[in-house]
Structures are given as C-alpha cells and as structure tokens.
Design a protein around this ligand. Structure first.
Ligand code: NDP
Length: 280
C-alpha cells in the first residue's frame, strides 16, 4: 500500500478562500493584532506570512513590534490597550517571548474573547470540558485536515505523541471531543513504538526529526506530522520518517506542506469567529 498524501497547502487554500467569501458578507472588517517582542528571525517570517494570509482573507492585520528589552509590565500595558480597542477582534502574542517575561502571565492578560491562539486558561478550560470556543490553531488545523481527508475520528484509536500545552494536550482534547479513543504518549511512555502501532490515527508532535519509524505505523493508519525540525543541512524535516512510513500508512501529511499551512488558516478562522461573537 502507498499512503494518500494529504495536501495541507491545498486544503488550507480552500479554507482561506471560503473564509474570504464569508468575511466579504460581514458588515465590518475583522481585526487581528500580532504582538512580536524581540527579533527572533523565525518568528518574524511567521508573522509576515500571517499578515499576508490575513489580508487575502479580508482581515485587517497589523503587527506591533516591541523591543526585546521591554519589561513584563510594559507588555501587559500594551495588551490592556489592545483588549480595550474595539477594532481589535484577535490578539496573538508570538512565542517564544524573551526569558524575563512570563508567558503564563501574558497569556492570562489577553481578553479571552480575543484569544485567537486559544491559550488563555478560560479557553483551555472550555476545551477540556468538551465545549471549545477558540481552540489552539495547530490542533484545530489537524482536525480540519482529517475532516477534509474523510478520516473519521469517532470511534477510532488515536495516539498523540507529545503533551505540550500548545499542541499535544489540546490535540488530545479535540480528538476526544470528536469521540476518538485517545492515548497521549510522551518522553516517559514505555515502548513508544508499540503504543504508536495501535493507532488508527497517529499525530506526532515531539520536535524530534524523523523519530516515528516505518515499523511504528499500523497498516492503513492516518499519520499526521506536526513536527518542524531544521536539519544540519538547512532543510526541514518532520517528526515522522516520511519515506519509511509511506508504504504502511493509509494517509500521511508531508513536511513542509501538511499541518503548517493549516495552522495559519485556523488562526484566520478563529479571528473571524471571535469577531462575529464579539460584535453580535
Ligand atoms: P514541546 O517541546 O513543547 O513538546 C514536545 C513533546 O514531545 C513533550 O510532551 C515531550 O515529552 C515529547 N517528547 C520529546 N521527546 C520525546 C521522546 N524522545 N519520546 C517521547 N516523547 C518525547 O514541543 P511542541 O509541542 O511545541 O512542538 C512539537 C513539534 O511541533 C515541534 O517540532 C514544533 O516545531 C512543531 N510545531 C509545529 C507547528 C505547526 O504549525 N506545524 C506549530 C507548533 C509546533 P515530555 O512532556 O515528557 O517532555
């Protein structure tokens, strides 16, 4: 068997163009503000891509660039201003933040109604209780990929590899909300390969290049690779050994061109969801 390759770029493009159609019918322009602290090169590229994608969907996006040396109090005051600004529907603070600024304090200061990253404790709680409102973009993107590929989560055995607050945990919560039977595996899991082999849906989010080998994948399983790892030669690799898994999987995402584009599409969708909820 050779796996179906799930084209995240094409699926995300279709989502973005459907979203642009929806935004065109709104009596207002949704507003998204990305807060970028410091000069992390990867973050700067990511933020530029977000700005471009937002404009294409009819969303007014702007980036607030702040110096690395700014204090936590100054950043909190910037966020308070954005919370109070009626034209701003979505606020995203680009991570990572400089070490002297506590991420938890900053995330908790964002108005939960504008929390398009879905990291505020209130939105995390909503997801945990099975009634998500603004859910984190990457795991939401994975769910949208599964749906677009006609992979049914309900009743399926799903294994999520990784338990971070940004990807693994919300991923597991979304799969559970979709009625999958979910296992979360992590660095203390015994016999990772055996756990993965039980999966009908395997989501890898570990940040270790090509860790998931061909013999970790059950015949016909859907393999979703969230990982983005830069190799010594400068190329990108996922957490899945793509070539090895291809003959086993039923469907698989490439890196790049799989989950990555879905994350941005879901951010735009969250912005529109937040805008409609706030303005109605
Ligand atoms: P984190 O480093 O925060 O979490 C990694 C998780 O993987 C942890 O739960 C850790 O376990 C687990 N893990 C690490 N090493 C092993 C191992 N050897 N065996 C088993 N489990 C292990 O990473 P993120 O969740 O933030 O990101 C994961 C990957 O996804 C990265 O490559 C990142 O770049 C990518 N990413 C991609 C996005 C996209 O848009 N496509 C968006 C966000 C992230 P433990 O908890 O026990 O330490």
């Amino acid at each position: 068997m050779t796996a179906r390759i799930l084209d995240g770029r094409a699926i995300a493009m279709a989502m973005r163009s459907a979203l642009a159609g929806r935004v065109a019918t709104l009596p207002f322009v949704p507003g998204l503000v990305v807060v970028l602290v410091g000069d992390d090169a990867a973050s700067a590229v990511y933020v530029r891509n977000k700005d471009r994608a937002a404009a294409g969907a009819g969303i007014f996006a702007r980036t607030v660039r702040l110096p690395t040396a700014m204090s936590e109090a100054e950043l909190l005051s910037c966020i308070a201003g954005l919370n109070d600004d009626a034209a701003v529907d979505g606020i995203l603070v680009q991570l990572p933040l400089p070490a002297h600024i506590r991420v938890g304090v900053i995330v908790a200061a964002i108005d939960p109604a504008k929390d398009v990253d879905g990291f505020h404790p209130l939105n995390v709680g909503r997801l945990a209780e099975g009634t998500p409102f603004l859910a984190p973009c990457t795991p939401t993107g994975v769910m949208r990929l599964l749906a677009a590929a006609n992979v049914v989560a309900a009743g399926a055995r799903a294994v999520v590899l990784g338990r971070s607050a940004i990807v693994g945990r919300p991923m597991a919560a979304l799969l559970l909300a979709a009625d999958a039977t979910v296992t979360i595996a992590h660095s203390r899991t015994r016999n990772l390969a055996a756990e993965c082999r039980r999966a009908e849906i395997l989501v890898a989010a570990v940040g270790r290049a090509q860790m998931v080998r061909g013999d970790w994948v059950a015949d016909g399983a859907t393999v979703i690779d969230v990982g983005i790892n830069r190799l010594a030669d400068g190329t990108l690799a996922g957490d899945v050994a793509f070539g090895e898994c291809l003959p086993h999987a039923g469907a698989i995402t490439p890196v790049p061109g799989g989950v990555g584009p879905m994350t941005i599409a879901c951010l735009l969708e969250n912005t529109v969801t937040a805008a409609i909820a706030r303005r109605n």
